[in-house]
Write a protein that binds this ligand. Structure first.
Ligand code: AMP
Length: 188
């Protein structure tokens, strides 16, 4: 099963995606985590990505698509995966469709977490990651609105999107994620 998690920065995608992947026994693939990890190890891609994520800008499409394509080719992805933070642009979405079509394993469902703007800002300031300065957060929200939000319509056209209300406790949201997935399986 291939699941894409969409939602604005700070919506809790990472937390919910990790829990859901564990629940379903599939791989959790977070491009943000891959970049932070690569930056810490000071690899070439990591150092390049760091310049972007510390200022809240998106890492260039060719770099992101390259690492995801490589990762998806690994055997541990065969049973399914949950993509968290990818795709983030229409170009990435088209590349993902192409990669998965070549493997004959298309996206099954897109879960979109929705949270109000004030709550997003509060959550990001509270988590205190190195890339969570006020400036970086503002830039990330701007990039999200311009580049990532159109993905909802892109996937909705194909009837893949299930919206999940992301407000509330982690537990409440996770219950809704499970319910959303279940109703999709019944109706989809
Ligand atoms: P995240 O952990 O998903 O919030 O990602 C942290 C940062 O990594 C983002 O603010 C971007 O700079 C970068 N990043 C992660 N995924 C992508 C992606 N799919 N496309 C471009 N940049 C990304």
């Amino acid at each position: 099963m291939r699941i894409v998690f969409l939602g604005p920065p700070g919506a809790g995608k990472g937390t919910q995606a990790a829990r859901l992947a564990e629940h379903l026994g599939i791989l959790h693939l977070s491009t943000g985590e891959m970049f932070r990890d690569a930056a810490q190890r000071k690899t070439e891609v990591g150092l390049l990505a760091q310049e972007y994520f510390t200022s809240g800008r998106l890492v260039p499409d060719d770099v992101v698509i390259g690492i995801v394509e490589e990762r998806l080719a690994a055997p541990d992805c065969a049973a399914g995966c949950l993509l968290d933070g990818f795709p983030r642009t229409l170009e990435q979405a088209a590349a993902l469709d192409r990669i998965l079509a070549e493997k004959g394993t298309p996206i099954d469902i897109v879960l979109e977490l929705t949270v109000s703007d004030e709550e997003l800002m509060k959550r990001m300031l509270a988590r205190g990651r190195v890339d969570d300065t006020r400036e970086a957060i503002a830039k990330r929200m701007e990039e999200y609105a311009a580049l990532t939000r159109p993905l909802t319509a892109y996937f909705r056209e194909r009837g893949l999107v299930t919206e999940i209300e992301g407000q509330g406790t982690m537990e409440d949201v996770f219950d809704r994620v499970i319910a959303g997935l279940a109703s999709f399986r019944l109706t989809g």
